[in-house]
Design a protein around this ligand. Sequence first.
Ligand code: BG6
Length: 296
Amino acid sequence: LLEAGRLLSLEEEAFQQMGATLEVLKYGATIISWKAPKSGSNDLVEQLFISSKAALDGSKPVRGGIPIVFPCFGAPTRPEHSKLPQHGYARNSTWQWDGQTLMDNDVAVSIRLTLTPEPSMTSDRVVLAYVITLSEHQLNTDLHVINTSSDQPLTFQALLHTYIRAPKAAAHIDGLQNLTFLDKTIAGNQKFRESRAVADVHQFTDYVYEDGPREYTVTWPDGGLKVKAIGFKDVVLWNPGPQKGSEISDMEEGGWERFLCLEPGYVADFNTIRPGETWIGGQTLTPIRSPGTLSV
Ligand code: BG6
C-alpha cells in the first residue's frame, strides 16, 4: 500500500495516493480497481468494471480491470506464437514487482512490474515492463516492450484491455468517426468506415479501429473518461451484449450492461522492432469531472 508517495507495504500489491486508490495483481499485472474522487466531493468512485465471477487466484485471466494483451491479439497467427492462448501470455503470467519509481514530487505514485516470458512459451527474447502512475485525477499505464535479442527483430501486437465501468445503454464514444474498422462480429475480414460522430455499444460490438486519433472520450449521464494513447495507434471497442455475454463463463449476470471496453492497442497489424530496441505503448485515463464540458 502506497500513500501520498510513501511506501507503506509491498505485500498488499495495492497503493493509495492522495484521494485515489488502485489495486494491481502480480498475476497479469492486472489492475483490478481504480477509484477516483467524484466531482465536487471526496467520495471515491470505481472507474473500472470487474465481473463478480472473475477469478483473482491466478487460475485464468481476470474478467475485468485492465488485462494486458501481448504478444498476439486474439488467436495466435504467427509461428513463434503458436503455443500461446488467445491474447497471448502477458495477462496470465505472474509479473515481478520492480519497485516504486521515485517521483520528483509526491502528487503521483509510480510502480513498475516486469515480465520475462518462460522459454516454454516463446522463443522471443523480450522483457516487458509495465509502469503504473496514479495521481488524484489520472491513471497512466505504460507498457515497455524491450527486444533483448542482439540480432533478431521482435514482432508483436499489444493492447490494454480496459473495462470502463459505464452504463452501456447510455454511454457515448467520441473520436472514432471516419476511421476504418474491422468488424469482428461478422464472418470474414470485412472492413467499414465509421460514419458515427458519436458511437455507442447498443448492439454487440467488436470493432478494431485502425490508426485512430489517440484521443477518445467515453461519456454517460453522470460521468465520463478521457482516454489518451501513445504508441497504440489502433483502438478496439468491445461489448459482448446479452447473447455473447451470457456465454462467457466468468461474466456476471447482466455484466455487459455495466461496462464497455475501449482498448488502445497496436493490433490491426503487427509491430516489429529492431534488436535492442524498446517500444512504448501507453494510455492516460482522466475522469471527466463535468460531463458535457469536454469534447475530443
Ligand atoms: C476483445 C476482442 O478485445 O476481447 C474480442 O476484440 C474478445 O474478440 C474480447 O471476445 C474478450 O476476449 P477474452 O479472451 O478476454 O474473452
